[in-house]
Design a binder for this molecule. Structure first.
Ligand code: BES
Ligand code: ZN
Ligand code: ZN
Length: 460
């Protein structure tokens, strides 16, 4: 994995010494007078995120001090791999003992660059750490999952259409000994996925429902569904240029779902996993679905298309219906579903909806433990009236933009049988600008939280 060196290289690596503001005086006393004077001259206070390069007596590069908030802070080191001089670094016994899993997570996320179309801007500094250590297996798998999410989202639509998403899942299935299948094009009609077909039929790239099944059928069945809209033009109710600019990321939910499935399989979580990705392009052509049309869904509900830009819920509803048919113990879905979620909670806090309070508290607690937060939003039933239709069972959107992420979630809720445990995460999947460990572009959000939540539900 990029950004790491074998643990054996620690012996001749540059020491990386973590400190908090509180532990700094004792650390500097230990490091000696010249370190103390240098820290004072540089105004280094040990504040979280601050770094201080310490020269050795001969003027060579001696050590790095880094301010952290706490031992379990995964962001403590995230800014270092692409800002420190190239070379190998090793966590030092002096100073604060960072949790190695947190260090691995932060260093790994901070080493990421999307290199498909150009050379790395610079090589990442490397941390000497045994990432194959069994005690770090979970952190390493979750790091890999986050990096996979970023790569999938960052890849432009021409190279990450429905077919490429399918190839990604097929390759994953082969690597993990899982069963793979896909229903594409007109077969969606004959196999009764009419809503997925309606959204995807205008693209020259066939819409599809991608499926992976893995695990022991005697284990609890877990269905994971991800919105795979490989590009969202908005359809005939077209998005303006600003709103369309980043819509290659509208398969961010699929990316999260695929990455979560990868982590579950590689860490052998005892579940019977079903991964479902409805993959389409919401394109414009003569045969595009239109506002005012009434479409059928797999569940049997008729849906009036109020706005072709509310396409995610339409492809998801057939996949959710199909997931529920397997009577799983839990259904989880991930989707870049609404702009409203981002307006409500901002870009960094995914919106969690669930029909079960116990799932909400466990999920949120897992997010807190992993420094990977989500925020719960309500399935406020009265707002379902916003989706009223004069001619169909209900509409996919309505005249009001109020509570847009709630009405979207309530739409999905209609397709999950009442009482079946279900979580829905409306996730932005994107960093608008560069921050340490969070480069501009595709991002995994709430992914470590989701896995930890599952780990607690199914392993303990
Ligand atoms: N993919 C978008 C939602 C989106 C936009 C997520 C920007 C993240 C950033 C989705 O398909 C959409 O366009 N939703 C509409 C629904 C509306 C027409 C009811 C929205 O949120 O405006
Ligand atoms: Zn849309
Ligand atoms: Zn969309």
């Amino acid at each position: 994995m990029n950004g790491f060196a074998p643990a054996a290289e620690a012996a001749h690596a540059c020491p990386l010494i973590a400190t908090t503001a509180e532990t700094l005086p004792a650390l500097l006393a230990e490091l000696g007078d010249s370190a103390l004077r240098w820290a004072q001259a540089q105004g280094f206070t040990g504040a979280a995120g601050a770094t201080l390069l310490l020269p050795a007596e001969n003027g060579a590069f001696g050590a790095v001090l880094v301010g952290v908030s706490q031992r379990s802070d995964p962001w403590a080191l995230a800014g270092l791999p692409l800002s420190l001089p190239e070379g190998v670094y090793a966590l030092d016994a002096r100073g604060l003992q960072l949790e190695r899993a947190a260090a691995l997570t932060g260093w790994g996320l901070g080493s990421y660059q999307f290199n498909r179309y150009r050379k790395p801007v610079r090589p990442a500094a490397r941390l000497a750490l045994d990432i194959g250590d069994p005690t770090l297996a979970e952190a390493a798998a979750l790091l890999r999952a986050s990096l996979l999410t970023r790569d999938l989202v960052n890849t432009p639509t021409e190279h990450m259409g429905p077919e490429q998403l399918e190839n990604t899942v097929r390759t994953l299935a082969q690597a993990q000994g899982a069963r793979f299948s896909s229903i594409a094009g007109d077969a969606l009609i004959s196999d009764n996925f009419p809503a997925i077909h309606a959204v995807g039929r205008a693209s020259h790239r066939e819409p599809r429902l991608i499926e992976l099944n893995w695990g022991d059928p005697s284990h609890p069945r877990l269905a994971i569904v991800g919105k795979g809209v490989c590009f969202d033009t908005g359809g005939l109710d077209m998005k303006p240029a600003d709103g369309m600019r980043h819509m290659k990321k509208d398969m961010g939910g699929a990316a999260h779902a695929i990455a979560l499935a990868q982590a579950i399989m590689s860490l052998q979580l005892p579940v019977h996993l079903q991964l479902l990705i409805p993959a389409v392009e919401n394109a414009i052509a003569a045969n595009a679905y239109r506002p005012g049309e009434v479409i059928r869904t797999r569940a049997g509900f008729s849906v009036e298309i109020d706005n072709t830009d509310a396409e995610g819920r339409i492809v998801l509803c057939d996949a959710l219906t199909y997931a529920a048919e397997g009577k799983p113990d839990l259904i989880m879905d991930f989707a870049t579903l609404t702009g409203a979620a981002r307006i409500a909670l901002g870009p960094d806090l995914p919106a969690l909806f669930t029909n079960r309070d116990d799932l909400a508290s466990d999920y949120l607690a897992a997010g807190e433990a992993q420094s990977d937060p989500l925020w719960r939003m309500p399935l406020w039933r009265p707002y379902f009236s916003y989706l009223k239709s004069g001619i169909a069972d209900f509409a996919n959107a309505g005249p009001s933009r109020m509570a847009g992420c709630i009405t979207a979630a309530l739409y999905l809720d209609r397709f999950v049988d009442a009482g079946r445990p279900w979580t829905h995460v409306d996730v932005y999947s994107w960093n608008d600008s560069d921050r340490p460990g969070r480069p501009a572009g595709g991002e995994a959000q709430g992914l470590r939280a989701a896995y930890t939540f599952l780990e607690q539900r199914y392993r303990r």
